[in-house]
Design a binder for this molecule. Structure first.
Ligand SMILES: [Zn+2]
Ligand SMILES: [Zn+2]
Length: 435
């Protein structure tokens, strides 16, 4: 027998359909155990019935994780695709500074402003005011959600360029009144930049220093209340962003040593605190960007090289250069194993294998892409609009004005049939996809 009632103690509704994602009475999010199907509360890590660990999302780039390039894949298949999409505003709120990131997970939207203000909203109960709290100092690095915890890296002393990292347990957000608990907090020698990347029981950090050099640090035992001190695993001038591939349990970054490119791998299938292994890449481009944005899919690593911003593909298994895909790339997302949706400074296109298909011009793309599975690639525009490209036929598009025509769409996130967008002035809007 499973426990099938609502997991929220102030509700305990008994009549819940086995596949319901939301409680029909209190409308709160139900996080289903994969083993026994028991519904659990948002951000819980263990099943209240079988005590099994609730699985982390294994999507390639879930919007909730905040990859280095803010790319995201929304697993939920919406019933509509362009040219029949419209957006209906559900709710909006304001920050006093630019909104740095929006992340969606477990039925909640987490919006983080550059000056350290954080708002968390229940996406199924949007009539409730967002829960708001503040951290000291500016936030440069993309925050992340992992195992019910929000990780925020910030700058604590602007003058010397030192920062730190906070780990907030979100399990109490569904209580009335909501509770956010600071589980641990750590000072760092430099400032976390690009993105914080939690994986397993470890967090990977890209640390920037005032003199311009970069280091990669790791902190272990992050799930408990006593994490280890940061260990520096790489110290150099040119390194890439960090990227993880959940299905193969590997975390990657690229680095340059004396003109050669290296793939650095942490293999978590060998344990929760793996040591780094490094391999030189055969036939790699020699013109490295200072901070290369990378993404990974299985054994293929995608990275942008050189002044021409060439998007290239490397093979981790063979440790060799595969192919150059295209130039002038600013941002990209992969929609599936075979089809990649790429956004560059001139537009959006998809590739099949090594072939570039249908480049669609779109000079004023600012943010995204977020991929709505099987349906659309979503981007934010300079003129305050959100644009949708039909995934199977990118020339089919839809556009919706979301902000004023002089307000850039800065960040995007997707959850179920909702899109959240923020602009450079700190306005955040939650929109429902309709037809
Ligand atoms: Zn309920
Ligand atoms: Zn269970």
């Amino acid at each position: 027998m499973n426990r099938a009632d609502c997991p929220y103690i102030d509700c305990q509704e008994e009549d819940i359909a086995v596949d319901a994602a939301v409680c029909p009475k209190c409308r709160r999010w139900l996080k289903r155990c994969k083993k026994c199907r028991t519904p659990n509360r948002s951000f819980s890590n263990y099943c209240r019935f079988c005590r099994g660990e609730l699985p982390e999302s294994n999507e390639f780039w879930p919007g909730c994780k905040g990859g280095p390039q803010r790319i995201g894949l929304n697993r939920y298949v919406i019933p509509y695709s362009p040219p029949n999409l419209k957006l209906k505003e559900i709710i909006n709120f304001d920050f006093s500074s630019r909104c740095r990131s929006i992340l969606a997970n477990d039925g909640y939207l987490v919006a983080v402003s550059e000056n350290g203000s954080i708002k968390i909203m229940d996406l199924n109960r949007v009539e409730k005011e967002p829960y708001t709290f503040t951290t000291d100092g500016n936030i440069l690095a993309e925050p992340a959600l992992h195992n019910g915890t929000l990780y925020i890296g910030n700058i604590r002393n602007q003058q010397v360029g030192k920062g730190g990292i906070y780990a907030y347990t979100l399990g109490g957000i569904s209580l009335d009144p909501p509770e956010i608990n600071l589980r641990w907090d750590m000072d760092l020698k430099g400032a976390p930049v690009q993105a914080v990347l939690p994986f397993d029981d470890r967090i990977y950090l890209n640390i920037g220093y005032k003199d311009g050099h970069r280091e990669i640090h790791v902190i272990d035992n992050i799930k408990g209340s006593k994490p280890t001190s940061p260990t520096c695993v790489y110290n150099g001038v040119r390194s890439s962003t960090l990227a993880a591939d959940p299905p193969t349990k590997k975390v990657f970054f690229l680095s340059e040593e004396r003109g050669r490119l290296f793939i650095n791998v942490f293999d978590h299938s060998n344990g929760t605190a793996p040591v780094m292994s490094s391999k030189p890449v055969k036939d790699a481009p020699s013109d490295f960007l200072e901070h290369i944005p990378i993404a990974v899919l299985g054994a293929k690593i995608f990275a942008v090289f050189g002044d021409k911003k060439d998007l290239c593909r490397l093979d981790e298994y063979k440790s060799s250069f595969d192919t150059k895909i295209t130039g002038r790339v600013r941002n990209y997302a992969l929609a599936g194993m075979n089809k990649q949706v790429v956004i560059n400074s001139t537009g959006v296109f998809s590739t099949v294998g090594n072939r570039q298909e249908d480049l669609i011009r779109g000079e004023s793309i600012i943010s995204g892409p977020v991929v709505l599975r099987d349906r659309a690639a979503v981007v934010g525009m300079r003129d305050g609009k959100i644009r949708f490209y039909k995934l199977n036929s990118l020339s089919v598009q839809d556009e919706s004005p979301v902000f004023g025509s002089n307000e850039k769409v800065q960040t995007l996130a997707a959850f179920k049939d909702m899109i959240a967008a923020s602009n450079h002035k700190g306005k955040v809007k939650l929109l429902k996809i309709i037809n």
